[in-house]
Design a protein around this ligand. Structure first.
Ligand code: GCB
Length: 621
């Protein structure tokens, strides 16, 4: 008896650790790998009752059940009964949320089955194939030719599954993905958010063609312990790196080349992990003024993998944030992964251009990608434009902080976010959550996330958006989580959720920590085009007044104040916002309205940022 239960416990453990370690199989930098895009038109079935998944006793269907929706609905005889089918009459574009593609999906939360066919590429001997998804919101079950490849939860991070060699057919591979965006209390995020729960295969899908063994993940960065000022003086920069191979290697050569720096390191791999470091004399550091990226070329058994990597150091010194040893002020702006003009998720380069175009027009040097990891086009573009990034996991508001399994879900998303973007110089802050209510279990939960982040990546700052305590004469910041984060970040809505903006300019602040302080949100709602008296809520004038008073208030902040990221670049869809005249399903705190028009407050913030730029970047002028 004991042995049976031990065996079961062991099997469970293995299964559990496989589940938990899914992120370790993640293949990074898929933009520069050999791949075939599976974007385009897919067929769909809306399956509100999950009939394609469960039988009538509510048990998962057998793999070869002809009425399981992952199986091709073949009719061999006229007497065969089929109760489902895919048709060209019902199609969705991938990538893309379903809500914006057809009105029947506008408020839909539930299961949709996606289906398409594809032919296999010509593979060389020993080549392997993987299906890669940039993101699917929220739960995805992936099937190929009737076999389940795997399941992934988490709506904003990538995942991949290998296709067994004997499963891939030359022609007409039948690919099905069950996508479910239902909200649940014990998921990340939970049921309670202030954004639209866009469902679907929201990011790129690709078939990756890989050799038998390959570099799966890597990190190349400035060694963080070196003093950056003395490195600059001595013209000697230490660079460190690590590689993770898909399988163990035995005395095999890998080269890492940075041609512009005349670096060519020959490494010998034994096992599936490899660390290396080298020194370079001349190095242009990545910065907002000069977002220098170097081409890095890995060669493993003739297989070339390229990347463009910037080298920079971001650190905290007392109450300041230093970029490459120089004090910076973060002229930030928050944004959702959404194109308001079309009320849909942002998903491609053109969308990233639009959002960064707006941010740069505002004279921002930083974006807070709220409240979940955005698509990789965003962080790639931030790297090349020289815009600093705050990237966050959706540990938002009322998560179940007491549950270990909820913690594991949060940690998994955190790891997937870090692994995907750890070579992006632009990402300077990992955020482990937003406005989580203080309690002992919450602080332990968040502290563990901070520690995990630090154990994985020492080249960035860790923070979380905290709340302010208000009382009559003081706004105080003493959340116990602040002890563990590198930077104290707070969301503050004085003048919108309490009082009127006029109360801001005289307010006093009390910060319990000697660390840099960021205002990670502040904002007020305004309906684009609605003009009037400043005391009139929802007018552009009210919002403008709010920003003017906020800027006055900044002069009274402790000297730790190191930047702000007001809420938010543009109006965004939210089911919480139901005033028929002013909101109509939109959170109106955007500086740009949902038609793309700039509101008056946009120009107030822009001017403030121009002044701050002068103060910090051209102090002599
Ligand atoms: C917040 C939240 C953000 C909301 C915003 C608001 O504090 O972090 O997600 O959308 O306030 O508009 O109330």
């Amino acid at each position: 008896m004991k042995t049976v239960s031990q065996f079961l416990a062991f099997t469970f453990l293995i299964f559990f650790s496989m589940l938990m370690n899914a992120q370790e199989n993640l293949i990074t930098n898929t933009h520069n790998r050999e791949s075939i895009s599976l974007n385009g038109t897919w067929n769909y079935i809306i399956d509100t009752y999950e009939t394609g998944f469960y039988n009538y006793r509510w048990k998962e269907k057998n793999e070869n059940d002809p009425e399981a929706y992952w199986n091709k609905p073949v009719v061999n005889n006229p007497s065969d009964r089929r109760e489902h089918g895919y048709t060209d009459a019902n199609t969705l574009q991938v990538p893309g949320d379903w809500n914006s593609q057809d009105n029947i999906f506008k408020y839909y939360e539930g299961t949709v089955w996606y289906q398409r066919e594809f032919d296999a590429p010509n593979l060389e001997e020993n080549q392997r194939t993987f299906l890669y998804f940039g993101a699917v919101n929220y739960e995805a079950h992936v099937y190929l030719n009737g076999k389940k490849l795997g399941m992934h939860k988490g709506g904003f991070t990538p995942f991949n599954f290998e296709i067994p060699q004997d499963l891939l057919q030359e022609k007409d591979n039948f690919l099905v993905v069950k996508v479910d965006n239902k909200r649940h209390p014990d998921e990340i995020p939970t049921v309670n958010t202030d954004w639209w729960n866009y469902g679907g295969i929201t990011r790129d899908v690709k078939l990756l063609v890989m050799p038998e063994n390959f570099i799966q993940q890597y990190a190349v960065q400035l060694e963080q312990d070196q003093d950056i000022s003395s490195a600059k003086r001595k013209k000697k920069f230490n660079i460190e790196g690590s590689l993770k191979l898909n399988k163990e290697a035995h005395a095999e050569e890998i080269t890492v080349e940075i041609p512009e720096l005349k670096v060519k390191e020959k490494l010998i791999a034994n096992g599936d992990q490899l660390d290396f470091n080298f020194t370079v004399k001349k190095l242009e550091l990545w910065s907002t003024e000069n977002p220098k990226l170097y081409e890095v070329i890995f060669n493993f058994k003739g297989e070339i993998l390229n990347d463009k990597i910037g080298f920079r150091k971001i650190e905290v010194s007392g109450k300041d944030i230093l970029l490459n040893g120089k004090k910076v002020f973060l002229r930030g702006i928050c944004l959702h992964e959404e194109i308001p003009l079309e009320a849909r998720r942002a998903k491609n380069i053109a969308d990233a251009k639009k959002l960064f175009g707006w941010a740069q027009d505002l004279n921002a040097n930083m974006v807070r990608l709220a409240h979940y990891p955005h698509n990789e086009y965003m962080t790639r573009m931030a790297d090349s434009l020289g815009v600093m990034v705050w990237s966050e996991i959706p540990v938002y508001w009322t998560i179940n902080f007491k549950s270990d399994s909820v913690y594991n879900k949060a940690e998994k998303q955190l790891k997937e976010m870090i692994i995907r973007d750890r070579n992006k110089a632009s990402v300077i802050i990992w955020s482990v959550g937003n406005e989580t209510p203080v309690s002992e279990s919450r602080t332990n939960f968040m502290r563990k996330l901070v520690e995990t982040t630090k154990s994985m990546d020492d080249s960035r700052l860790v923070s979380a958006a905290l709340e302010v305590g208000y009382n009559r004469n003081k706004n105080y910041i003493d959340d116990p989580l602040g002890e563990f984060t590198d930077v104290i970040s707070v969301n503050e809505y004085l003048g919108w959720y309490g009082d009127l903006p006029g109360s801001k300019a005289q307010s006093n602040w009390d910060l319990a920590y000697n660390k840099p302080l960021l205002i990670s949100e502040t904002g007020a709602g305004a309906k684009g085009g609605y003009q009037g008296k400043k005391e009139q809520r929802w007018t552009e004038d009210f919002q403008k007044w709010y920003y003017e008073e906020t800027i006055k208030m900044m002069k009274r902040m402790p000297e730790n104040y190191s930047g702000m990221m007001p809420w938010i670049l543009s109006d965004f869809r939210s089911p919480r916002r139901n005033h028929p005249k002013f909101q109509d399903g939109w959170n109106r705190k955007g500086l740009i309205d949902n038609h793309g028009n700039k509101k008056k407050a946009f120009y107030v913030l822009k001017k403030y940022y121009e002044d701050k730029e002068q103060e910090f970047e051209n102090p002599e002028k």
